[in-house]
Each structure stands twice: as structure tokens, then as C-alpha cells.
Design a binder for this molecule. Structure first.
Ligand code: ZN
Length: 383
């Protein structure tokens, strides 16, 4: 059963990867690891079933001529610089293949009694009809403060008491400390989770009789990963995401992380201090790191590092990391040793990321022409 890394779908907000490289950290880490496993390219996954996307579409001056799906696709294409579209394509969390898998999984979970279609007392916005939740609060779709009670059937997961929504085994990490604070957050999830929502865009639950409702996107992001894995025949998909993202989505994904013998695990990564570009520029000059090497440091090494330094890389760590990177680059062999590469692949397979801090192993892992997403350039005079 082969391991395949896939990024936790990124919210398709109004930014480009060049502007917000941190958003692509999971994408870049997954690409780098799959390259080492010779298992790629995989699609980049994007989360389009967002309330913010509903609002952007509602307010767009061209909303009569540009449909929501097309707007999302255009926004994704604009994330990448021209000519640097991902080799494995893109997949959204509402793509037909994802929606079909979502319905298949949901129907089976309903048959098994894990999920139910249950009448629930909720609140609807009195202005726009958005389902605001189970307690009165201002509408997040239109801002209106008023809501009225309403009972309707929803897709519900009533978790048996004491069932964890996240266990140590759900995290793809070898001998790493279990993410204690995440496990704690997971313990505090309500026992009833509502998996259907009012959204203008998403995986429609109308085939289950839930007209006008879509699958909660926190479920959908997991199913997008499973759908991409199925397309690649991968039995052990690993989803890259931050601790914060995992805290937000893990509970909703809990009933949806296993399907037909395939089990999804999380690879957690920390934040990367990409904002301090001026400081980095100075550092590169001091350490005579040329632009291609700098680009590889930013787009290849730091994303891999972020899987090892899960607490997040601090700006204060960047000088040492840059010096280390330069050393590893200077130590690159003409031809990587096959035994080292085999050991490296084994470590990547089991989620052991300590090798990124081992200069010899790292030197053998550096690709000739790394995928840089948005700023691809050949190395010039790289030693
Ligand atoms: Zn409203």
C-alpha cells in the first residue's frame, strides 16, 4: 500500500502564491516528498466551498456573466504565474469525482447508522435564510442580527460518548511526540456535529433529500484528498496541513478518513516566516547565496523543514537554516548513493522527517531542478 502526499485543500482566497508563499507550504512539501518517492505529480487541492467565496461571488460586478464554478477556476489559475501551472493539475473540493465519492461514503455511513438524517432545531437568518447555527447569532453571510428558529432535517454525526475524533495513529509521524494540544482540542468537540450547511457552492446533498444543503467543507477537504489518492491508486494518502487547520477540520473528517481499506493520515507542518523577505535578502548577500539557491531554500527546503519543525520556524532560526542549507548544497554528490536514497525513501514513507537536519542525507535529497511553483528557474552557477 503506497504512501502519497497530498496537500490539505487551501482556501481559494484572493491571493497569489507569489504574494502568500506560506499558503503553498503544504503543496510544496507534498510535491517534494512525492518526488523523493518517485510518486507524482499529484494535483494541487483547493477548497472552494467557502462562505467568503459565496460573498465574493455575490458582490462581483460580473456575476451575471461569470458563474461561480468558473470564478473559482479562474481564481485558482491566477494563483500561479503564467506557464507554471502544476504538472499534476488542480482538483477542487467540489469536483465531480469528489462529489461522487462524498455521496458514496455518506450513503454507506448512513446505512451503517454512523450518520443520520435527523431533524434539528436551528436558526435561520431572517433576511437571507442562511443557517446560522443552533444558537442565535448574527448572520455570517449578510451580517443581519436577526434569526428565527427552524427545524429541518440535517446530516448529523452523533459521536458515541468517549469516541476520540483524533488519535495518535491519525498522524503520520515516526517517533515524533503526539500533538498533545491537538488531542486536547479533539476531546472538546461536541458529541453532535452537523455535517450539512447552507452554502451557495459545495457538494450538493440534494441526492440524499437535503435540498439546498451542501456538505460541510471540513468534510469535503478530506474527501478531496481521498479522491486524489484513488486516482493515483494510493492506499495510504497523507494530507499535509498545519496544526491549526487540523484542529479545525479533524473532527469533521473523523468518519471520513477511511474508505475501502484506504486510510488518510495527517502530516502536520509548522508556519514558515516568509514575511521577513528583506531580512532574508540581507542574509543571502552575507552568505553569498545566489538567487536560484535562495529560491530553492524558500520553495523546497523550508516547506520540508516545516514538517520537522512543527512548532513553526521562527525568523531567528533563518540564519542558521540558511547556513545549513548552503553547507548541504556544497556537499551534494555528483551521483546520489542508491543506499542513501533507499533509506531516504523509507524515512519519507514512514513520516520520519529528521533527515532534513542531517547534512549528508539532505545533500543527496536536493533535486537537480526542483519544482518551484511560480518562479521556476534553472540554477546558474549553483555549486
Ligand atoms: Zn443573512
Amino acid at each position: 500500500m503506497n504512501v502519497l502526499y497530498l496537500n490539505g485543500p487551501v482556501q481559494n482566497g484572493p491571493f497569489t502564491i507569489a504574494e502568500r508563499p506560506g499558503k503553498a507550504a503544504g503543496i510544496r512539501a507534498a510535491d517534494a516528498l512525492n518526488t523523493l518517492l518517485e510518486a507524482g505529480p499529484v494535483p494541487h487541492l483547493w477548497n472552494t466551498a467557502t462562505l467568503a467565496g459565496d460573498l465574493r461571488h455575490r458582490d462581483a460586478p460580473d456575476r451575471d456573466t461569470v458563474g461561480r464554478q468558473e470564478r473559482e477556476e479562474r481564481a485558482i489559475a491566477a494563483k500561479y504565474v503564467p506557464g507554471a501551472a502544476p504538472a499534476g493539475g488542480v482538483l477542487t473540493d467540489t469536483a465531480p469525482v469528489v462529489a461522487a465519492l462524498a455521496l458514496e461514503m455518506t450513503e454507506r455511513l448512513l446505512q451503517d447508522g454512523v450518520l443520520t438524517l435527523t431533524p434539528v432545531a436551528v436558526r435561520l437568518c431572517t433576511r437571507c435564510g442562511h443557517m446560522t447555527g443552533t444558537v442565535p447569532r448574527a448572520c455570517r453571510a449578510c451580517g443581519h442580527p436577526g434569526s428565527q428558529p427552524h427545524a429541518r432535517r440535517l446530516l448529523v454525526w452523533d459521536r458515541p460518548s468517549g469516541t476520540p475524533v483524533l488519535a495518535r495513529e491519525d498522524v503520520h509521524a515516526h517517533r515524533a511526540k503526539p500533538p498533545g494540544h491537538l488531542l486536547t482540542i479533539a476531546q472538546n468537540v461536541p458529541e453532535r456535529l452537523i455535517l450539512s450547511r447552507t452554502r451557495e457552492h459545495g457538494i450538493s446533498l440534494a441526492p440524499l433529500g437535503l435540498d439546498d444543503l451542501v456538505m460541510d467543507p471540513r468534510v469535503g477537504v478530506h474527501i478531496a484528498v481521498l479522491a486524489a489518492a484513488a486516482q493515483h491508486g494510493a492506499g495510504r494518502p497523507v494530507m499535509t496541513l498545519t496544526d491549526n487547520a487540523a484542529a479545525n477540520v479533524a473532527a469533521y473528517g473523523a468518519p471520513f478518513r477511511q474508505h475501502n481499506g484506504v486510510r488518510l493520515r495527517y502530516a502536520l507542518h509548522g508556519r514558515i516566516p516568509y514575511d521577513d523577505t528583506a531580512g532574508l535578502q540581507r542574509l543571502c548577500e552575507v552568505h553569498r547565496v545566489n538567487p536560484p539557491l535562495r529560491e530553492r531554500f524558500l520553495a523546497w527546503f523550508l516547506p520540508l523543514c516545516s514538517l520537522h519543525i512543527r512548532a513553526g520556524i521562527t525568523p531567528a532560526q533563518l540564519p542558521a537554516l540558511l547556513k545549513f542549507w548552503r553547507r548541504a548544497h556544497l556537499a551534494r554528490p555528483d551521483t546520489p548513493g542508491s543506499d542513501v536514497l533507499a533509506e531516504l525513501r523509507h524515512r519519507v514513507t514512514v513520516g520520519d522527517m529528521r533527515w532534513v537536519m542531517d547534512v549528508q542525507t539532505l545533500s543527496q535529497a536536493i533535486p537537480e531542478y526542483p519544482v518551484t511553483h511560480g518562479s521556476a528557474q534553472k540554477p546558474e552557477g549553483a555549486s
